[in-house]
Design a protein around this ligand. Structure first.
Ligand SMILES: [Fe+2]
Length: 569
């Protein structure tokens, strides 16, 4: 059974599942070079087919992670919510619904589009409910036979939060919250209020929250996000409207409480950090409330999370303390890109009835390039390089990092999901506090309040962080043990937490060996790891890696076994 799953909305993506195993997966943005690309993911689909060496005619099912006809449900809900307010009506119809029309119409024309780009074939076209696709994306590739599942995002067809239970290959719905009550849209609206980009920069609000006091949280929890005794929640959509916020306009109800919105580029005043802290606090409380309700219903101690809100790694890390769940699984593309994965896995089991035999234990599902392909690009650009044996390559890179140099690290298959996990990464010494400023100066030019994350040897992780399990996809923030904080200043956030990636010897042996080499030199079994990109999607090809290296002031570039030192000027 060969299934090609796609998401053509925000964070368009394609995933190829063959006989229940994920063979290839990638976001369309890596090919178009436009962050969060929307629309028919022709490049990602082509990559998946090419990687497996198959043609579209070999595919049994092409499926999308949305049910387009369910749009009418959303329309009804939205109309209900806007009757009171003409300005919201205008914003929702011009920005929200209007912008989505293209993608929805693509779904109705899906067979035609597949045929246009890939030719006719025996493949069937199927559609999977968006939140079911999210739920399947987490549960069906988790290591759990049974689990509670929580999906929380901006909105699916009409659902915004769904509670599920999973057993074997079955997923059952337990409860649901629909538009306009959306935690994802609330957080995005606050993101816009703080002068950041919605559906993109929500993680900046999360980073900023640590610098503020949640002084507005009481007001918000009493008046805006009300936790109901039944375990769900209700949001006052008139307090801060998502679609208005995307247009940069806010209702008096918002500005009466928060004051004027931040203008993009404006300095971060304390008030803005307080707003971020308050929004983070009430959203966290809603997540814990939902998760506790879910635990009460399922009595399980295993939880799968998916949907854009599952990227809130601060909330994720606290789930271990605030709920009875002991084991949590979140696959690396937890947002809408991952819905393509869930749609494909769901249909695999629905149609074959086969039990599960695949666990996603690594994110290395994208394109890879041979050293000769890398070499060709270097020669074209007249860049000097050395080909090194693995031991020498690791030693030289680790030495450079330990001396405070920066390295671009490009190896093997590109990561699935928005985090660089050691195959498309900028690496640095986590011990040196000044590294934050150096990286911002030499590479990222990003906001000072945003934390950098560490990659740590899996077996050494619990020596540094207040958590004994694994975190292969960098999706949880944990407290750094107080006695270790001064050792890893560059990756410890202002609130004393870090967002580690635990690196496993089997799933990424080369990266593991590099960190081990760094440990031999410094006694610290981790590296600072930030994604290999500069105001663009993470690099995919050697050409993009080299371009990015040239644009920055990074000292070294490692492309597979090729070692490049920036010439001194
Ligand atoms: Fe979603």
């Amino acid at each position: 059974m060969i299934i090609l799953g796609i998401n053509n909305m925000h964070d368009a993506s394609a995933v190829l599942v063959i006989d229940g195993r994920v063979v290839a997966a990638a976001e369309e943005e890596r090919f178009t070079r436009v962050k969060h690309t929307k629309g028919f993911p022709v490049n990602a689909m082509r990559f998946c087919l090419d990687y497996a060496g198959i043609k579209m005619n070999d595919v049994d099912i092409v499926c999308a992670s949305w049910k387009p006809w369910a749009l009418r449900v959303r329309t009804t809900l939205v109309l209900k919510s806007i009757l009171k307010s003409p300005d919201i009506f205008k914003a929702k119809t011009s920005r929200g619904m209007g912008q989505m029309q293209n993608e929805w119409s693509e779904l109705f024309r899906l067979r035609g589009l597949v045929e246009k780009y890939f030719g006719k074939g025996k493949y069937k076209i199927e559609y999977v409910d968006h939140h079911l696709a999210h739920a399947a994306s987490a549960f069906l590739c988790s290591p759990f036979e049974r689990a509670a599942i929580l999906t929380v995002d901006g909105a699916g067809e009409a659902d915004t939060t769904v509670l599920w239970t999973g057993e074997g290959t079955e997923i059952g719905k337990l409860d649901v919250v629909k538009l306009p009550h959306s935690l994802g849209q609330f957080y995005s609206a606050v993101t816009a209020f703080l002068g950041f980009k919605t559906q993109s920069d929500e993680y900046k609000v999360m980073g900023l929250a640590s610098y503020g006091e949640p002084v507005y949280a009481d007001y918000l929890s009493k008046n805006v996000i009300r936790l109901l005794p039944d375990g769900l929640f209700r949001i006052d959509p008139y307090f801060i409207d998502y679609h208005l916020a995307r247009n940069g306009s806010f209702r008096p109800s918002t500005t009466d409480i928060f004051g004027e919105p931040r203008i993009k580029g404006e300095d971060i005043a304390k008030r803005y950090a307080d707003i971020a802290a308050s929004a983070q606090k009430v959203v966290e409380e809603a997540i814990f409330h939902l998760a506790n309700y879910l635990h009460k219903m399922t009595k399980l101690d295993t939880l799968c999370l998916a949907g854009g809100v599952a990227f809130n790694c601060v909330a994720n890390g606290k789930l271990f303390r605030k709920t009875p769940f002991k084991n949590i699984f979140i696959q690396p593309a937890a947002g809408d890109a991952g819905s393509a994965l869930g749609a494909a896995l769901f249909l695999e089991h629905k149609h074959t009835g086969r039990p599960r035999h695949y666990v996603m234990d690594n994110a290395y599902l994208g394109p890879s390039f041979s050293s000769s392909e890398c070499e060709r690009v270097l020669k074209d650009k007249n860049i000097r390089y050395e080909r090194l044996d693995e031991d020498v390559l690791l030693q030289r890179t680790a030495h450079a990092l330990a001396e405070g140099k920066l390295a671009c690290w490009f190896q093997g298959r590109m990561e699935w999901g928005p985090r660089a996990l050691g195959n498309r990464s900028f690496l640095a010494d986590p011990r040196r506090e000044e590294m934050k400023d150096i990286i911002n100066l030499k590479i990222k030019q990003r906001e000072q309040f945003r934390p950098f994350a560490p990659s740590v040897l899996e077996e050494k992780s619990s020596e540094y962080f207040d958590y004994s399990g694994t975190s292969p996809f960098m999706l949880y923030a944990f407290p750094v043990k107080p006695e270790k904080r001064s050792q890893i200043l560059a990756v410890t956030h202002v609130d004393g937490t870090a967002r580690p990636q635990t690196v496993n010897k089997e799933t990424n042996p080369l990266y593991w060996k590099l960190i081990k080499e760094f440990e031999k030199l410094t006694g610290v079994p981790m590296l600072l790891n930030t994604s290999f990109n500069v105001q663009e999607p993470i690099v995919c090809t050697p050409g993009e890696a080299i371009e990015s290296f040239i644009r920055t002031k990074v000292d070294y570039l490692v492309l597979n076994d090729l070692f490049i030192e920036r010439p001194s000027t």
